[in-house]
Design a protein around this ligand. Sequence first.
Ligand code: PLP
Length: 407
Amino acid sequence: MTTQKLPDHLHQDTLAVRTGIERSQYGENSEALYLTSSFIQPDAETARKRFANEEDGYTYTRMGNPTVTGMEQRLAALEGTDAAIATSSGMAAIFLLGMGTLKTGDHVVCSQSVFGSTLRLFAGEFGKFGVSTTFVSQTDIAQWKAAIQPNTKLLFAETPTNPLTDICDIAALASVAHESGVLLAVDNCFCTPVLQRPVALGADFVIHSGTKFLDGQGRVMAGAICCSHQYANETFGSVHRTVGMVLSPFNAWVVTKGMETLSIRMKAQSDNALALATWLQTCPEVARVYYPGLASHPQHDLAMRQQSGLGGAVVSFDVPSTDAAQARRRAFHVIDRTQVCSITSNLGDTKTTITHPSTTSHGRLTEDQRQAAGIGQGLIRMAVGLENIEDIKTDLMRGLHNVGALQ
Ligand SMILES: *Cc1c(COP(=O)(O)O)cnc(C)c1O
């Protein structure tokens, strides 16, 4: 196998199609897919050295696989980190983050608006092992600072949030963390490195759910932690290989190919989302629109600075109502009248998805928790894809045009 030598200082778009390629003796142009659980050793002595980590070389796919390595190198190049560790899902990446950096008695500060399973992981599963977590406001830096205790090891942020697209200031959080000797992890699933590079803003770890925009066509589950070589080797590598939450080579290959079109997809889907959000704001049948690309968004300026001037592909809106029951009927009406959008809570797909957060992704919260989070029964979330946006507007109008008449 030969690794392609690339010149220095290539642009991100070039790295997305050219990094992480090890070619076999056949000289294939597209990345090869190594679907194998183990690797034949040339002789017993080489096997001994490889198992003892005295010599590089693949042995067993849980320990490493060339297709997975290629995906890791490509993602790391896009994020601007030394290394990436690929995991079987985004949640596995967050679990690995905790397993690597935390021990019994440690404390975490986390935004209260993170992905639902992330919330349950920190509040529930890690709690069983004596790790405690304080949940704070997404946007109030003073709350994050005040929540830090002598035993705090990690700040965990995700920006923008799902579904309301609240933004936190990554650079400000990084200073708060580092003043106290605490590490900062940022879940960059919504923006991807095309819009936002948390490590350049001071974060120590970047978390990805490759299931979303990195794959980009809704095919496979995947995840990753992007970090320095030191953390990859000393903090996460051994846990990862021992526990076995590794990414399958097939899924790694799909994500590798997905990253080649990531930049054009993120830009086109952000443009589509901005067009949709701008139009929704003018609809009398819509009470409120949540989108960082709109000047009406409370953190619009920060979002534009932090996200390369783009709002991302997720847009949420409220249908007007007089009470919660009516709001739910009206939101269901709009969702159910669509003929193009997919009714599903996944996001990051080229196909536009539409969902009712308060009965799906946020359905396990109590009504009080949802009210506190601002996720009402009239809220609809769209993850905008690559269709012609006029068709998506027409699709929403099928239900929106008479939603006000629905009691
Ligand atoms: C989907 C998602 C995750 C979890 O990823 P999986 O691949 O589903 O495990 C984590 N964070 C965010 C922001 C997500 O949207």
